[in-house]
Design a protein around this ligand. Structure first.
Ligand SMILES: Cc1cc2nc3c(=O)[nH]c(=O)nc-3n(C[C@H](O)[C@H](O)[C@H](O)COP(=O)(O)OP(=O)(O)OC[C@H]3O[C@@H](n4cnc5c(N)ncnc54)[C@H](O)[C@@H]3O)c2cc1C
Length: 438
């Protein structure tokens, strides 16, 4: 019997779960990703705020699957799907649109930022989705302190030391809390002309409360905690303008050179590749067995899929992607073995959690709603458990213990310095805009 070819596009939470669950299946598994690493996105904000290094949350996919002999990893960007010829098109560093054929296809290509129709904001308010984004955010934040220290005019310090996060969902809240701890502890003694503790951290959202997916009592606890850390929380107004000088919200301009977008997400273009029905946000509508209508050989899972359960769409979280990945693998495995596949996917919601600064988290699991140190310990345990390898678990655990007790962080390197402009002269006004435009 010829081996079936299973092509998985995306080595994130969903795609990797499919590949791993197919380890005992008599099939050729080909996993294609445009990056060479699996990224633990829930901890991206810790790279952006210097707690962890990029290599502590990104693991080479090839390394993860090294013992799985039926799996081949290809570094390449999928650009389209031909459903009739049953192939995907892959562009690599030296070749464009090479067809790779499949018997089964799993699209797990995740999501990207959405600026809600204001793509012009992106230039001034980069988002947080990849390691490159997190490193750029970290460099921008640390550079703001360097520029302020070098700036002789104290009136300009406040603009440089105002950090704005747009979006008070889990990423915005976690990032604001971590930033507050960074400025009030780690950096507090490192500068002579400026006091990092005077930095202003502003979290804005049009929603009436922070962490909208959580129960109201936990949103309240998170907001109180943020405020006790010195974060300004501005709710109930959307941002009207973002430019090189800051933002305009509810008619008020807040001057800042560091704005980070932690709001909406948009799915990958999988729906366009398949010419399939999508929901309003562009996620592919899939059937109960996670396949695309009319194509039992094509599965779409995770952030790029739209699946309703109990009348509501499932959220874009790692657990959904992983559970769907394991389910898709089960269906494929059963079909290859000639057995009856499971009928319909059902998501088991284990709950939500978010960290707010040092030693404090909010946790909702079923009817359990807790906040504080105990919730933070649970957060630590769960996040360590889901890191891709045991060496990462150990390294991240040690870093967290070290940071908790000493306030010192894993990586405070600025790695994206602008090349010095040869003609720039001391005192020339060109010095500041060079930062603003980055
Ligand atoms: C900052 C941040 C914090 C988060 N925090 C949490 C959290 O605390 N808890 C939680 O449950 N969820 C969290 N999430 C959401 C969670 O990370 C996603 O729901 C999850 O990653 C979705 O898994 P996925 O497999 O669908 O996509 P991803 O994990 O995003 O994987 C998609 C993969 O596809 C690859 N890819 C995309 N397009 C192509 C292409 N054209 N060709 C080849 N490869 C491609 C990408 O490189 C990537 O590796 C967070 C997300 C972000 C961005």
């Amino acid at each position: 019997m010829a081996q079936a070819r299973i092509v998985i596009v995306g080595g994130g939470f969903g795609g990797l779960a499919v590949a791993r669950a197919l380890r005992k299946t008599f099939a050729k598994v080909i996993l294609i990703d445009r990056t060479n690493h699996h990224l633990f996105q829930p901890l991206l904000y810790q790279v952006a705020t210097s707690v962890l290094t990029p290599s502590q949350i990104g693991t080479p996919i090839r390394g993860i699957l090294r013992k799985q002999k039926n799996a081949t990893v290809i570094l390449g960007e999928v650009t389209g799907v031909d459903k009739d010829r049953k192939c995907v098109f892959v562009s690599t560093a030296d070749r464009d649109n090479v067809p790779i054929s499949y018997d089964y296809l799993v699209l797990a290509t995740g999501a990207t930022h959405s600026y809600f129709g204001h793509n012009e904001f992106e230039k001034f308010a980069p988002g947080l989705k990849s390691l490159a984004d997190a490193e750029a955010a970290r460099s921008k934040i640390l550079q703001a302190f360097e520029l302020a220290e070098a700036e002789e005019d104290p009136h300009l310090h406040q603009n440089l030391l105002t950090f704005i996060l747009v979006g008070a969902g889990p990423t915005g809240v976690e990032m604001a809390g971590a930033l507050a701890v960074l400025v009030r502890t780690t950096l507090k003694s490192d500068f002579r002309r400026i006091d990092p503790r005077s930095a202003r951290i502003v979290l804005v959202d049009m929603a009436p409360r922070v962490l909208p997916p959580f129960p109201e009592s936990l949103s309240k606890a998170a907001k109180q905690r943020l405020e006790s850390l010195g974060v300004e929380v501005r709710l109930g107004h959307s941002v009207d303008q973002i430019d090189a000088d800051g933002i305009v919200v509810a008619g008020e301009r807040i001057a800042s050179k560091t704005v980070i977008w932690t709001a909406g997400v948009a799915p990958s273009p999988a729906g366009k590749w398949l010419n399939a029905e999508t929901d309003r946000s562009g996620r592919v509508r899939i059937q109960k067995d996670l396949t695309v209508p009319g194509h039992p050989e094509i599965f779409v899972i995770g952030d790029t899929a739209s699946f309703d359960q109990n009348g509501k769409p499932l959220p874009g979280v790692a657990q959904v992607a992983m559970q769907q990945g394991r389910f898709a693998a089960k269906v494929i495995h059963s079909r290859i073995r000639g057995k009856r596949p499971p009928d319909s996917f059902s998501y088991f919601d284990k709950g939500n959690m978010a960290v707010v600064g040092k030693g404090f988290a909010v946790l909702q699991s079923g009817k359990v709603h807790v906040s504080g140190f105990g919730a933070w310990l649970a957060w630590v345990g769960i996040h360590l458990q889901f890191l891709a390898t045991s060496s990462l678990r150990l390294s991240v655990f040690l870093q967290w213990v070290w940071t908790y007790f000493t306030g010192q962080r894993g990586s405070r390197l600025i790695v994206n310095h602008a090349a010095p402009e040869p003609q720039r002269q001391i005192g020339e006004e060109t010095a500041r805009p060079a930062f603003a435009g980055r």
